[in-house]
Design a protein around this ligand. Sequence first.
Ligand SMILES: NC(=O)c1ccc[n+]([C@@H]2O[C@H](COP(=O)([O-])OP(=O)(O)OC[C@H]3O[C@@H](n4cnc5c(N)ncnc54)[C@H](OP(=O)(O)O)[C@@H]3O)[C@@H](O)[C@H]2O)c1
Length: 315
Amino acid sequence: MSRVVVATAYGGPEVLAVTDEPVAAPGPGEARIKVRACGVNPVDYKMYSGSFGSDPSRLPLRLGLESAGEVVAVGPGAAGPAGPVAVGDEVIAYRIAGGYAAELVVPAQSLVPKPANLGWAEASGLMLAGATAWHALTATAVAAGDTVLIHGAAGGVGLMAIQLAAARGATVIGTASPARHDLLREFGAIPVAYGDGLADRVTAAAPNGVTAALDLVGTDEAIDVSLALVPDRQRIATIAAAGRGLELGIRVLGGAPGADPGTEIREAARIQLAALAGQGRLRVLVARTFPLEDVADAHRLSMGGHVAGKIALIP
Ligand SMILES: NC(=O)c1ccc[n+]([C@@H]2O[C@H](COP(=O)([O-])OP(=O)(O)OC[C@H]3O[C@@H](n4cnc5c(N)ncnc54)[C@H](OP(=O)(O)O)[C@@H]3O)[C@@H](O)[C@H]2O)c1
């Protein structure tokens, strides 16, 4: 048996419960992992909040798309993108279903070796945010010589996007509340406060213009300022405002209807993200960890919308 988190109904974090569920032996191409940390992402609470519908037949709903842990059993032919998977391997599992668990069976194809220099909580927060940022920068073709504006730069995806854009040789301007500006500088961005007058502040920070923009927050302000400053709509991407993004003809990324899921780009990014993190060139900032049993508190914090970096659950 394994402790797992389920949403028992659609609603707020009060519907979350920790229960025991049996864990099967791994079948062909599968591995069983003892989870040491589970990455928390805003999509996790959106799954049971009703944002994506409220089909009762899906309840109780397991949560969690990424975890890090140790392989404790393997089925025949268990191999991931980096090669065969063996008992004792320390791994990151992404993208998986039901990652909020003490133990679980996953397809070995979801497993990438954990860089030794990353702690468990850091490892559990690397992939979803990292692959999303990678996709956004690839979709907008950010490269050396660009000046890229990143809205929501202090969040989980934002801190990844700053570092990956800087690694591509771009100049990065990031929006955040003033309390996060030192953090943004530390990660490689020129910080600008969001709110009234944003376009003027960005123009002052980028006198030669802005060539690409990533909306990682979904506000009208982020979209409007991006449209005002970036001449080419194909170089503006949103991961959080699908409806408006599709109307306006900018790049809409992710799982929403009509959006570009970027599945192959995101899957391929995993090895690169692990390599960069392993070389100390990509940092995962863990804002806070919670015991698995306190998942509702973790989600309340995430829902507040002002976390800098990642939240992890420790089973
Ligand atoms: N489409 C996809 O594939 C995909 C993938 C991943 C995430 N997402 C979505 O993208 C969004 C961001 O994800 P995340 O994991 O980065 O979330 P997160 O870590 O919870 O983001 C929190 C950050 O948002 C910033 N923020 C809040 N209000 C802001 C505003 N008005 N302007 C600029 N920044 C603001 C906060 O900065 P301050 O504290 O300074 O206010 C905070 O650092 C979520 O809606 C998530 O569901 C979509």
